[in-house]
Design a protein around this ligand. Sequence first.
Ligand code: NI
Length: 205
Amino acid sequence: MPTSFLSRSVFVIALALIVAAVVFFGMNYLNKPSSSNNARALIGGPFSLVDHNGKAVTEKEFEGKYMLIYFGYTFCPDVCPTSLTLLSDAMDIVEAGDPELAKLVVPVFITVDPERDTVSALKDYVGHFYPTMVGLTGSLEQVSAAAKSYKVFYQKTEAEESSEYLMDHSSITYLMGPDGAYVKHYSHGTSGEIMGASLLKILKQ
Ligand code: NI
């Protein structure tokens, strides 16, 4: 029965097209607003901490500037020094590209180990990495609240051959905009070249 076969084929093809269209537009709809808008809503927010000069600061201190934020701790044997070196390399690239744009970015190191990372410990530490880097510490509660708003995980662990403890922690660098909202993040191990080029591109927009 050719007619029935034909109409059934047309029906099947039409159905397949409809399904494909729904999937295509559905994916488009889901993809578009999700990554940036959700992250804007979910990452960052108000914080109340103490800087490496002992001054109480909130997110308002950084209004009008981009913050390049990394959470870590000064006793960290490897991950933090490596990440902060990459972050500083990126800042050097921005500085070399346009010194005026570099002034718009404040590299911020927020400790997840406020018990050992006192104001003076942070002051010694951040200066090694970048001249304008700001170190932030605070009470256990203040640090916990800041880490929570940036979705940063951390916990104490025992060091194997030492009485000193270590901290497991997320290793992500966040770029927050002049309005304090999330702009972008750089995953662990992003090279200074890639981060620097990305920052320059964003700053020039
Ligand atoms: Ni670390």
